[in-house]
Ligand binder design. Structure first.
Ligand SMILES: [Fe+2]
Ligand SMILES: [Fe+2]
Length: 328
């Protein structure tokens, strides 16, 4: 084998370890995690996996979900959206099912520096979901959840919630001044589909509950294939990663997505916020982008309650959490 790893060895070390071994040198593995690869990559540079599930340590049990299991699903009632900063949201369905999306952490390899001054607050929910393996989206071990849907693809439903998880790819444009995508190239990986490393795979989630459809965009690219748009369908609440540095999406890309999906509500994510993230992340606030919108409101609490019957007349209204974030 030109890569010095026999097929037999490959089958033993697994997909992500192999990516690390073959595509990146040990030093590059750390940098590869920037935009970035997973903790697993950083921790397995010698092909010896050291990370494992810590779920057996978590307190609590499934009693809450057992209670919901016997309830009657309803499509009415308010949905609560609680912002935990960056791309992390806790959604609560009308029947009380709780879901945490994209809990964050600092890059465990250290290569991408400090983004968050504190650890993600330990939180108890029914379901924890992560869109991709980048450090700023995958701290699933910080969440005590009955079920973990890590990069799930397909559909899942329980109680009064249905989630459609749509596979696609991460943004690679890096439209701002900071060309983070170059770091992936500099260490020998091809970031572009179809040969991108696994850490640039994405899943977005359409959450149907309370008579509304909420799209958790993650860091998805701005121009997915038509099939992806079709699966997203009509969106009522859109979360979108646009900040002043245009790290994931540019203002123009963000605006085009908003105008195509025409959601009732837009919630900006992935921006610099006092108390959640720090300047070293290179992110900027979303203030400028929000200011340029026709209809906008800066929220004064990290929790938002939406009722589908009250949203009927809303059109692309930006609800901006700004520096508001729950800390557990
Ligand atoms: Fe990402
Ligand atoms: Fe991200």
């Amino acid at each position: 084998m030109s890569d010095g790893v026999s097929d037999d060895d490959k089958s033993k070390i697994g997909r992500r370890n192999f990516l690390t071994t073959a595509a990146l040198s040990a030093a590059a593995a750390a940098v590869g995690s920037a935009a970035g690869a997973s903790a697993a990559e950083a921790q397995t540079i010698n092909c010896a996996p050291v990370a494992g599930s810590v779920a057996w340590k978590q307190p609590g049990n499934n009693t809450h979900m057992l209670a919901l299991n016997s309830g009657t699903p309803t499509n009415k009632g308010a949905v609560t959206i609680e912002y935990f900063g960056h791309c992390a949201f806790k959604l609560t369905s009308p029947s009380g099912l709780t879901m945490m999306f994209d809990p964050w952490r600092n890059d465990p390899s250290g290569a991408w520096g400090l983004w968050f001054p504190k650890e993600f607050p330990r939180t108890v929910v029914d379901i924890c979901l992560s869109t991709h393996t980048h450090f700023d989206h995958d701290a699933i071990d910080r969440v005590d959840a009955t079920s973990v849907l890590d990069r799930m693809i397909g559909t899942w439903s329980f109680a009064d919630v249905k989630i459609t998880a749509v596979p696609d790819k991460h943004s690679t444009d890096a439209p701002g001044w900071y060309k983070w995508i170059n770091a992936v190239k500099e260490f020998g990986a091809d970031p572009y589909p179809p040969n991108n490393p696994g850490h640039l795979d994405m899943v977005s989630f359409v959450v149907e509950t309370g008579g509304m459809r909420i799209l958790i965009w993650g860091d998805n690219r701005h121009n997915p294939p038509e099939e992806v748009w079709k699966q997203w369908g009509k969106i009522d609440v859109l979360t979108l990663p646009v900040d002043g540095s245009q790290h994931i999406l540019s203002y123009q890309q963000g605006n085009a997505i908003v105008d195509r999906l025409k959601p009732k509500v837009v919630i900006p994510t992935h921006y610099l916020a006092e108390g959640t993230s720090v300047t070293l992340s290179t992110l900027q606030t979303a203030d400028e982008w929000v200011k340029s919108q026709k209809s906008k409101k800066t929220l004064t609490a990290p929790k938002l309650t939406l009722d589908s019957s009250e949203m009927a007349s809303m059109d692309r209204e930006f609800l901006y959490f700004g520096n508001q974030a729950s800390h557990g």
